[in-house]
Write a protein that binds this ligand. Structure first.
Ligand SMILES: [Cu+2]
Length: 672
């Protein structure tokens, strides 16, 4: 044990300093409208029976989250049915831009469940604190052991999944003293190809990943602290069966330094300032594909440096929060084509022509409890954004399409929203509306011949796009008592100047076999709405049943259906727990997709229902424990594909899983 401890201290010394936010700050203070997805394995509110499943699987449990799959790894997160450019995904408030022109590396692919305690979901305009978004925000909140626990603890975990022979191995170490703490964890995952419900092997669905995370905090005095953290994530040999290319390497280094001060005055309670830097490298190629019309290499790089400063306070019946944020990103991606005929020249071009994004913004929110049962929440923000294309040849290439294109584009982005909550007895109602704007993303503005394998078009960015503007409405109604809880939720987005790829006849695509070229244009408006219902009932002590239903719909002003919109989906779960024992049976399914986008190459995703079982037991002695979890997903080996499967690649067939988690805790003497 002592040796382990020394090793932990040594390794955690790699990153100095730290932070004093109370250990697991699960408070949901000014976040009344948000949802929380519990990820920490230690938390009793963790409802996932496969504790060692990927982060994507955890996130998919939330009603507002959809995940687009291009393979078994790095699913693309959508909030409220809106595509990923329309929301902001952060890690502890840090902005990270993916380095892939094909969305193969969402921000969530650079962390591990071991690093995280929870994910905070905010809807629509309320998610504007760390950048402009219209769909909402999802912040992946890291785990911190915090100060003053005076203990050393470690978890050693190992998991296996039968279908793709996924092996998971890792450990986390937590050391907590009154003045400092350190956390260190690493996880290795390695999976082979998976098999679908017809036992067919899905080629190029393998992946392997190594993730290391370290954080340390130092308490300067009773009311201030510093914290440093670093994440290193290295995925290799990642296959994307739904795409024509794979990833030989996706690497990210994410570092931050934060300073927090508490109790500045009776009004101002907490002030946090963080500086961060991250670098993402994405190497995409088709070397593993036996037959291709032309060999291609498509690497991409993204570097982001930024900061935010957030202050929270309370005064009489008000609770408020102010966030100032700024960042700079550089995105560069290139493509080299190697013709099969050696006499022909290689072709090279920039698909992201060294695009620099500067952003600075402020966001303020206030909760006003104007009556015992009534609360009014208001928030507003503004941001300034500049896009600069630095590469001369990149500008010249885009000027073929836009002769007057300037290399610099400035935008001013605004948002405002309010909501009112009413809580009579066991009931709770909320109603709100908001307005927000977003700037086009790097691909939408400056992408150059980006092949989309769903509709088989090459996409060209449009630097002259206007800001998208969203008007939204949201409402919830819920009831909870000791045995029953029911929650209904709905939201509606009316998005003006909606950005969409529109075919440009007459232009010739670059990709061999492509159907044509699409240019990002704006349609007058699009409408997207969602509704969900969640209910649970405690039958007897320890036995409960839970059900959920979700529906979304999205269409343009011409009534053209938007792509990747979830059809009516449902789920049911029967759970039993007594002392250290736990078991559950569940079903998940969807009806046949009736609304889909033929223009995007979609076909109707068929109906499906799958069943799963899970169970576990936790042995405890003193403060130590051994946790065993077993289960089977897709019990009846059903062959299925959903609306979120890129090119309708079938999902995994029957899959058994086994988790073994050993937790050891050593109390430390209180002497410093
Ligand atoms: Cu890629």
């Amino acid at each position: 044990m002592k040796q382990l401890l020394c090793c932990a201290l040594l390794l955690s010394g790699l990153s100095s300093a730290g932070q004093t936010v109370p250990a697991q700050k699960d408070s949901v203070k000014v976040q009344e409208l948000s949802g929380v997805i519990v990820i920490s394995r230690q938390a009793s509110r963790n409802k996932n029976s496969n504790l060692l499943s990927t982060l994507d699987q955890y996130l998919s449990s939330h009603e507002q989250v959809d995940l687009i799959k291009r393979g078994a790894y790095a699913w693309e997160l959508m909030l409220n049915g809106l595509s990923s450019e329309r929301s902001v995904i952060t890690i502890d408030g840090m902005r990270i831009y993916g380095a892939c022109t094909d969305k193969m590396d969402p921000v969530s692919s650079y962390v591990e469940t071991t690093n995280l305690s929870r994910a905070d979901v905010k809807n629509g305009q309320s998610g504007n604190a760390h950048g402009t978004s219209i769909g909402g925000s999802l912040d992946l909140v890291r785990k911190k052991s915090g100060f003053g626990n005076n203990r050393f603890s470690t978890n050693i975990f190992s998991g296996f999944e039968s279908n793709n022979r996924q092996r998971v191995l890792g450990t986390d170490l937590q050391y907590s003293r009154s003045r400092w703490y350190s956390d260190l964890d690493f996880t290795i995952r390695k999976a082979a190809n998976y098999r679908d419900g017809k036992k067919q092997e899905i080629s190029y669905s393998q992946f392997s990943k190594f993730n290391l995370s370290a954080a340390a905090g130092y308490k300067i005095d009773n009311h201030s602290q510093v914290e440093a953290s670093v994440i290193y994530d290295d995925a290799r040999d990642v296959g994307y069966p739904a795409l024509p290319m794979d990833v030989s390497g996706a690497k990210a280094v994410i570092a931050s330094l934060a300073y927090t001060k508490h109790h500045l005055s009776n009004t101002w309670q907490e002030w946090e300032t963080k500086l961060y830097h991250n670098k993402v490298t994405h190497v995409m190629d088709d070397t593993k594909r036996p037959v291709v019309p032309i060999r291609m290499d498509m690497p991409g790089w993204s570097t982001t440096t930024g900061m935010y400063s957030r202050i929270e306070g309370a005064l009489s019946r008000h609770q408020f929060k102010l966030t100032a944020t700024a960042h700079h990103n550089r995105s560069l991606a290139e493509m080299t084509m190697y013709p099969n005929d050696p006499a022909e020249k290689d072709m090279f071009m920039l698909t992201w022509p060294d695009v620099h994004t500067w952003y600075a913004g402020i966001f303020a929110e206030d909760n006003f409890m104007f009556h015992r049962k009534w609360t009014l929440t208001g928030s507003a923000g503004a941001g300034y954004q500049q896009h600069v294309v630095k590469d001369e040849s990149g500008i010249k290439s885009l000027q073929i399409f836009y002769p007057d294109m300037p290399s610099v584009k400035n935008r001013f982005l605004k948002n405002i929203g309010w909501s009112v909550q009413y809580q009579p007895g066991n009931w709770r109602f909320s109603l709100g509306s908001s307005y927000s704007e977003r700037a086009p993303g790097v691909s939408e503005g400056y992408g150059f011949y980006l092949f989309n394998s769903f509709d088989r078009f090459d996409y060209i960015g449009n630097p002259g796009l206007k800001n998208e503007q969203s008007f939204s409405l949201n409402g919830t109604a819920s009831y909870a008592n000791d045995r029953i809880s029911v929650k209904g939720q709905g939201n509606w987005f009316h998005i003006r100047n909606y950005i969409l790829g529109v075919p440009a006849p007459g232009l010739i695509p670059m990709t061999i076999g492509a159907a044509g070229i699409k240019i990002y244009e704006q349609v007058p408006f699009a409408t997207v709405y969602s509704a969900s219902l969640n209910a649970s009932y405690a039958i007897v002590s320890g036995l409960s049943i839970n059900g959920k239903a979700i529906y979304r719909r999205g269409f343009t002003n011409e009534q053209l259906d938007l792509p990747m919109i979830q059809p009516f989906s449902y789920g049911g779960r029967l759970q039993f727990s007594r002392a250290a024992f736990f078991a559950e049976a569940s079903i998940d399914g969807a009806v046949k997709q009736a609304k889909y986008s033929q223009l995007f190459g979609e076909t109707a995703a068929p109906a499906y229902t799958i069943a799963s079982l899970g169970g576990g037991y936790q042995f405890k002695w003193k403060e130590n424990s051994i946790q065993v979890r077993v289960g089977v997903d897709n019990l009846f080996n059903h062959y299925y594909t959903t609306f979120a499967d890129w090119n309708r690649v079938p999902r995994m067939g029957r899959n058994f899983f086994l988790n073994l988690i050993i937790g050891l805790t050593e109390p430390l003497h209180t002497v410093q």
